[in-house]
Structure formats: structure tokens, C-alpha cells
Design a protein around this ligand. Sequence first.
Ligand SMILES: NC(=O)c1ccc[n+]([C@@H]2O[C@H](COP(=O)([O-])OP(=O)(O)OC[C@H]3O[C@@H](n4cnc5c(N)ncnc54)[C@H](O)[C@@H]3O)[C@@H](O)[C@H]2O)c1
Ligand SMILES: [Zn+2]
Length: 396
Amino acid sequence: MPIPSLQQEFQVSFSYPVHFTEGLFAPGNRLLRDTLAPAAGGAPSRVFFTLDSGVAEQHPQLIHQIEAYCTAHADALQLSGPVLLIPGGEQCKNQPELVQQVLEAVNTYHLDRHAYLAAIGGGAVLDMVGYAASVAHRGVRHVRIPTTVLSQNDSGIGVKNSVNAFGKKNFLGNFAPPFAVLNDFQFLLTLDERDWRAGMAEAVKVSLLKDAPFFHFIRDHASALAARDMAAMQHLIHRCAELHLQHIASGDAFEQGSSRPLDFGHWSAHKLEQLSYYRLRHGEAVAIGIALDSVYSHLAGLLPAAALAEIIDVLRALGFALYAPEMAAHLADATHPASLLHGLQEFREHLGGQLTIMLLKGVGQGLEVHEISEQLIAEAVQYLQEAETLVASPTH
Ligand SMILES: NC(=O)c1ccc[n+]([C@@H]2O[C@H](COP(=O)([O-])OP(=O)(O)OC[C@H]3O[C@@H](n4cnc5c(N)ncnc54)[C@H](O)[C@@H]3O)[C@@H](O)[C@H]2O)c1
Ligand SMILES: [Zn+2]
């Protein structure tokens, strides 16, 4: 008698809020308290904060404010240990000892699965701390407090955590939804020009794939956005976050298929970040990647010239450069690790399965393809290089 196979099947549903506020740590702002407060009659919730050093520099009072906030709300919140500073920026994802340091804090301060490990910072710090939170005790509650445009509208609101390894971006990581996301717009006031701008590339991306009116909003407010108009930025962040959340909920949240539709422009962006040794911010590389795949879509006969021109104009009006010298290096040899084209192979490998690249056939209309012409990529790179030269010296 054969022994029958067993089939296991169950579903786990996830739910978490993404809140928007200003002055999260002002003593009178109850959002943090209400988000973390224990059930009626329970002991105060234990919370440990990690903080991006770049944020700490710009907000020297912040650690004191966090402590004062927890003291003012001592019936609901208890600080488990001193705020831990994490070096801000991509480098924090390249240093395994920093993951170890967060894990040590979980151990030292006895954070269990009902305690909160909060991270305040840009996308890099959130990715790294989120990764540590998800592996400690197989997952302590992770609260994200994103402080850049990119992390408030994209990276900090989703389900992915990661660090870099073997010279590859996000090689180690997992899908672990946060407990809650708290977006405080006041943090955006201290961003430098590049970080104010960079995250807007993700909004352009998602608008091009899913929401033409949103793209038109960005087009119509491009100069205000570039000039740091806060009301326009708040709308951009809110709508971009909403579209990302809807996308995650409606499809393949844990990316089990071969396609990653929201990664329009990202195969080259990830490669360019790596090739530029992270000189390019993620969002800056995404802007170039959007331009490249839009030009490619046009050259491949999918995207009308007028739509391409509009996309390029909007990216420029937001202040993005649309070419980087790394794009042209070793372009004839897709097997060369420093060739942009090698990024196609790495992108496929990261997901597994068949190569799947999102292109555009119109504003608000994506189209997935499984084959990419290296020749057309080379032409698209040349197109952007020439266009950038014209922008740099308009009289010629
Ligand atoms: N998990 C995901 O789904 C996902 C998605 C997209 C991107 N990402 C990742 O996000 C990272 C990029 O995040 P990012 O664009 O936020 O940049 P970042 O985290 O690298 O931060 C950029 C710089 O801004 C500083 N900073 C942060 N907040 C500040 C503030 N309020 N005022 C002044 N300075 C501040 C940081 O210290 C850092 O020096 C990349 O590692 C990327 O891979 C993750
Ligand atoms: Zn991105």
C-alpha cells in the first residue's frame, strides 16, 4: 500500500495601517501612542528605536523628544533601551555587523515578539532594520517611520526587507509586512535637494503604469514639486503610496511569479546603482531607468513619440539627469559584469524563471515583454546620451 501524500494548505492574511501626520513626537500628537498602546488594562508596550544618523544630525533634539514622548505617555509606552544610531544611506546595507548590532539590541533589551522595534530613517536604514526585525525571534513587531520621499511613498510602506551581499543589491532579504507605518511630513523639510527629488521618480513610475491622471498631476505640478511645494509633495506621496499598497494587495505580494510589474525602469536602475558604486541614489537611477525603458518602448514601436516626449519633459522638469556614463561602458558585451546589459541577467536571476520586463505602450499603460533586444537598448542609451548633451549645451 503506498503511503498517501499529505497536502498542506492555509492562508495568512496581513493588515497594517499607513498613517500620515506632522510632528509625530510632539507630546500632544497621540498617533504613535494610539498605534502601539496595549489593550485596555495591559502593561505599557515596550518599544526600542533605531535612528538614521543622517536624520539625527538634522534633528539634534529628536532623541530627547522621543524620550520625552515616551515619558509623557508612560501609561502606554515604555522605552526598552537607549535609541540606537545607524549610519544612514546605502552603506548600512553593506555592513553585516550593523544587522548584528540590531540583533544584539533585541537580545540585550529582551525584545520579544510582542515588543516593537521601530526604525526612523531613509529606505536603506528601514530595509536593514526591517530585515533584522524579521529574523530576530522569527519576527518582532516592526514599526517603520520613513523620513525620505522615497521611503514614505514606496520603500517604507511595502512588505520587503533586505540587505546587500556578494556585491548584489538586496541579495539577502524577505517578505515581512510591518506592524505599522507612520509617515511624518515634517521630516521632509530637512532633506537635501537630491533626496527631496529622488523619491519622486517612484511616483512617476507608478503613474505611468497605472494612473494617467496622476501622471498629469505630476506634470502640472512639476515646477512646484521641484521648488519644494509641500502641499503638492504631500499629494504625490499619498497617491503614490496608495497605488503601491493597492498593487501589493491585489497581486503577487510575495513575488512568487516571475514578474514584478512595479519594477518598471528598475532592471537598469539596480545595475546603475551598483555600477556607480551608489553615487546614484535609488530614485535617481530609477529616473534614468524610466527614461531608458520609455525610449526603448518607443524604439520598439510601442510608445508614441508624443508620450515619450512628455515623459522625458516631466522627468527633466523635476530636475532629474537622464544619463550616466556607466550606461555606455562595455555595452557591446552583455556578459561583461560592468555592462548595463548584464543587469538584465541579474534582474532575471533575482526573481527566477523567465525574463519579464515591463515596458510602456502609453501613459498609464504598461506592457510586459519576455525578450529584450540588446541592439535597441544600445540605441536607447545613445538617444539619452545625445539628448543629455543637448540639454547641457543648448546653443549647439
Ligand atoms: N524595501 C523596498 O521595497 C524598497 C523599495 C525601493 C527602494 N528600497 C531601498 O531604499 C533605499 C533608498 O532609500 P532612500 O532613497 O530613502 O535613501 P537612503 O535611505 O539612502 O537615505 C539617503 C540619505 O538621506 C539621509 N536622510 C534620511 N532622512 C533624512 C531627513 N529627513 N533629513 C535629512 N537627511 C535624511 C540618510 O541619512 C541618507 O544619508 C535603497 O537601499 C533601496 O534599495 C527598498
Ligand atoms: Zn524603486
